[in-house]
Design a binder for this molecule. Structure first.
Ligand code: VG1
Ligand code: CO
Length: 580
């Protein structure tokens, strides 16, 4: 092949958000749109990092991925990349990409230097829905802000990109290496099995035998819903072939370009089929629900964990995993190096860290902030309220890992389960945790696709209100006498303890005297309008009061939050789009 230089002009708005660039497919399909972003990324990395490099290019298989992969292969070749690694059919979950970057060794002994991940995660897919792309670094984690800022800057001034001419499309449906000759020598495309490396990693972390024993216990039953995302490419291998679950335990585990028309977001609103199977909501079918259920998002980095008729909040989930990791999961048997959560995530993890005397960190939303801590050996387990949980085995959150962590805890708690005994359930484990550590009642209200300027006005109003706490407290006592005072309010700012970098404006916080919190943020992953997220949390130490309905316990704080923010006045919305 030869190298072709193509003239181009900048597009507005190619700024990577919380997790890469996400836009409607029709935006990505504009001539030069994807090419500009990819070239801007190569230019941000610099020629010395790109020449001779080995790059992973794959994703959740959503609509437009196959075309995008061929374009990126050709641009990689033209920019002097030595090898491109592609998961079969272009499929690799986000956690599997992180694993492949860190662990996979090519047929010629090569190791990967980074990756383009093609996903818009939990956003719907299809010709009229979303596509996305993000770059991950040599440590397997998302590019830090210093790099994403540079990428964005480059997109605003780009004038040409490089693409190979005379390089045929590579058949990515069959595994094997194809070699081509270019101006700088050999260029390889290596298509490999999407699951092998990841399965191997999971087997090195967890005690598969003890999980097998749990799954074969006739009192236990299991259900996993991939929502037609890429998790399906792993679920059969791990849960059925390795762990002996029945094939009928898997729901929607065939990856589809449009996720079957659904919204591949594992929460109580969008994972409808699983929620019904687990006996939650008003959907009692009369059939006894499984003991354990879980779901994943499009790129399989998120997880929702459910027990029989029971929802585990993600904030509780990471706290419970941290509290039980050392005894239940062989990878952690030497102890935890530390734990971390994102700012809006509830403080359930803080209480565990304090009790177990663990290092603890609070970072801004988005997984990229955990990576530095992990690289520096300061953090083993971390999580976000947005159904993201993970550990330092890779540098992304990991949906299947979280399910295996829960199965490990269940297996450990039931290791001496005999014929006559009842199984220790998911609900038992959570209630026991609350009895020990107290409970953080927690909910998140999302107002999706709100007018962007209305959302900005609401946020400005909340920042302005912070300068006068007396006024805030007068408003509150006028609404509810049973809500305590606000003692502190600010915009969250983070100083990375490893590299000293500072991230400002990471969410508006109102902190109450009794430990309750209200947090307001604008989403950085949407592709249209603005999404306002409102996070509401209240701590209850008294174990006689930890069994209430979450919505009842939080009703006073919700009322205060909606009033303080003038939510309806600014947005015209009387109810949120999604409540989790
Ligand atoms: C959301 C979540 C955040 C998560 C991010 C990426 O971001 O709130 O916790 O890290 O999505 O997850 P935002 O900016 O929309 O609130 V994923 O599974 O979309 O890569
Ligand atoms: Co995701």
């Amino acid at each position: 092949f030869s190298v072709c230089r193509v003239e181009t002009t900048p597009f507005d708005g190619q700024k990577p958000g919380t997790s890469g660039l996400r836009k409607k497919v029709k935006v990505f399909k504009q001539r030069h749109y994807l090419e500009n972003f990819v070239q801007a990324t190569f230019n941000a990395l610099g020629a010395d990092k790109v020449r001779g490099a080995t790059l992973v290019v794959s994703g959740d298989g959503r609509y437009y991925s196959k075309e995008a992969i061929q374009i990126i292969i050709k641009m990689s070749a033209a920019n002097g990349v030595r090898r491109v690694w592609v998961g079969q059919n272009g499929l690799l979950s986000t956690p599997a990409v992180s694993c492949v970057i860190r662990d996979r060794v090519g047929h010629d002994g090569s190791k990967a230097n980074g990756s383009f991940i093609l996903t818009a995660s939990h956003n719907p897919g299809g010709p009229h829905e979303d596509f996305g792309i993000k770059y991950n670094m040599e440590n397997g984690g998302p590019a830090p802000e210093s790099v994403t800022n540079k990428i964005y800057e480059n997109t605003t001034s780009i004038s040409e990109y490089l693409i190979a001419e005379g390089l045929p499309d590579v058949d990515i449906s069959v595994t094997g290496v194809s070699s081509f000759g270019g101006p700088e020598g050999q260029f390889d495309v290596d298509v490999f099995d999407s699951a092998t490396d990841y399965v191997k990693l999971m087997k090195s972390i967890f005690d598969f035998q003890s999980i097998q024993k749990l799954i074969s216990n006739p009192k236990f039953s299991f259900c996993y819903d991939a929502l037609h995302g890429v998790a399906g490419a792993y679920a059969n291998r791990i849960f059925v072939e390795e762990l002996g679950a029945q094939g009928s335990s898997l729901l929607n585990c065939v990856p589809k370009e449009d996720f079957g028309g659904g919204h591949p977001d594992p929460n109580l609103t969008y994972a409808k089929e699983l929620v019904a199977r687990m006996g939650l909501g008003n959907t009692d079918s009369g059939v006894e629900p499984p003991e354990f259920g879980a779901a994943a998002d499009g790129d399989a980095d998120r997880n929702m964990v459910l027990g029989k008729r029971f929802f585990v909040t993600p904030s509780d989930s990471v706290a419970i995993i941290a509290a039980n990791a050392v005894e239940s999961i062989p990878y952690f048997s030497g102890g935890l190096k530390g734990v971390a959560r994102s700012m809006p995530t509830s403080a359930a993890l803080d209480v565990v860290a304090k009790n177990l005397n663990l290092k603890f960190f609070e970072v801004p939303t988005g997984w990229k902030f955990f990576g530095n801590l992990m690289d520096a050996g300061m953090c083993s387990v971390c999580g976000e309220e947005s159904f993201g949980t993970g550990s330092d085995h890779i540098r992304e959150k990991d949906g299947i890992w979280a399910v295996l962590a829960w199965l490990s805890i269940l297996a450990y708690k039931n290791k001496d389960n005999h014929n006559g005994d009842q199984l220790v359930s998911v609900e038992d484990i959570v209630r026991q945790h609350w009895a020990t550590y107290g409970r953080h009642y927690y909910t998140r209200y999302d107002y999706e696709n709100v007018d962007a300027s209305a959302a900005k006005d609401l946020m400005d109003h909340l920042v302005q209100l912070q300068s006068n706490l007396d006024e805030v407290n007068t408003i509150i006592s006028g609404i509810r006498s049973d809500v305590s005072n606000v003692v502190n309010a600010d915009e969250f700012e983070y100083k990375d303890p490893v590299d000293g970098s500072i991230s400002k404006h990471q969410g508006i916080r109102y902190l109450f005297a009794d430990g309750s919190r209200l947090v307001f943020r604008l989403s950085g992953t949407g592709s249209e309008g603005a999404t306002i997220r409102l996070y509401i949390e209240q701590y209850e130490k008294d174990s006689s009061k930890t069994g209430r309905e979450s919505a009842d316990a939080l009703a006073p704080l919700v009322e205060v939050a909606l009033n303080l923010s003038k939510m309806e006045a600014f947005t015209g919305r009387s109810v949120p789009t999604v409540i989790t």
